[in-house]
Design a protein around this ligand. Structure first.
Ligand SMILES: C[S@@+](CC[C@H](N)C(=O)[O-])C[C@H]1O[C@@H](n2cnc3c(N)ncnc32)[C@H](O)[C@@H]1O
Length: 275
């Protein structure tokens, strides 16, 4: 069956709507409500199979919890992230080289020097919605010939129940949610095509449904990850709380024995730079 191809948003639409995610991240909320994210990154680290002599770039490294793990297994790691707050947190926990760099700017950055053995990314590429092709091209430029691009990101139908509720909550308040939706969740065929059209051979790519227990409730999840949907109501704390309560109430069936769950769908892949 053919997967639907999500449209890739144009730079102008995302920028005009203000869907930039820079520094909207809170490292404190992330540590409290999202500690499962790096923990569940183990399979993609296994797929990367880092070697002791390798020089690796961690794209969208966040607060550096996985980066530290990676540092123990290879020669050197450069961690990059667009959020200064996340990079400060990564440096604080001991990441040796953590820099504020937007994935969209990688293509023109001195790091795009063809010197990396691998580019690794966990749970970050779907946030780089402004121009995902440019991100892939930047990654390609960072790699040595035959270098590996190994990543896991949100894939088609990821967090669809909560995403739909956030859309409905905005629409109910007369706001078009599309410009505030920060995520790009491609299907496997779509992303494979994007990789192949931009200098990679795809070694493996698959969508993986993952029923995920949260360390918070749905409102806490929306507060940590859904912050872009609250941009139209900035400064209106009452409205924000109302939306959080409404979304959580509509998703009350996502709770079992006191634990809240969200249906994640991951897109995990390994690709090799051609030539
Ligand atoms: C869910 S966190 C994942 C962090 C980390 N890789 C982990 O596994 O815990 C997503 C990260 O992507 C970063 N990010 C979002 N947009 C980005 C962009 N355009 N360029 C670089 N990093 C970005 C965010 O700042 C955030 O730290």
């Amino acid at each position: 069956m053919t997967e639907p191809s999500p449209s890739v948003p144009s730079t102008s639409v995302a920028a005009a709507a203000g869907t930039e995610t820079k520094d909207s991240w809170s490292s404190q909320k992330y540590a409290k409500n999202a500690s499962f994210v790096p923990v569940l990154g183990a399979p993609v680290l296994k797929l990367l199979d880092p070697q002791p002599n390798e020089h690796i770039l961690d794209l969208g490294a966040g607060d550096g919890v996985l980066t530290i793990d990676l540092e123990k297994r290879c020669k050197s790691v450069v961690a990059i992230d667009s959020s200064a707050e996340m990079i400060a947190a990564a440096t604080k926990i001991g990441c040796k080289d953590a820099q504020v760099v937007d994935g969209h700017d990688l293509i023109e950055h001195p790091l795009a020097n063809g010197q990396f053995d691998a580019v690794f990314s966990n749970a970050a590429l779907h946030w780089m919605k402004k121009d995902p092709v440019r991100v892939i091209q930047g990654v390609n430029k960072c790699l040595k010939p035959q270098g590996r691009f190994v990543a896991e990101m949100g894939g088609h139908m990821n967090v669809a129940e909560v995403r739909s509720q956030l859309h409905a909550a905005l629409r109910k308040r007369g706001v078009d949610p599309e410009p505030y939706d920060p995520w790009f969740f491609p299907g496997a065929k779509t992303y494979a095509r994007m990789l192949e059209e931009n200098g990679f051979k795809v070694d493996s790519i698959e969508l993986i449904p993952r029923y995920t227990a949260l360390s918070t409730d749905v409102a806490g999840w929306c507060d940590t990850f859904g912050f872009m949907f609250f941009k139209p109501f900035e400064g209106d704390e009452k409205q924000r709380q109302e939306i959080l309560e409404e979304v959580q109430s509509n998703l009350r069936f996502s709770q079992d024995e006191g634990v809240w769950y969200i249906m994640y769908v991951r897109l995990r892949f390994k690709a090799t730079k051609i030539n």
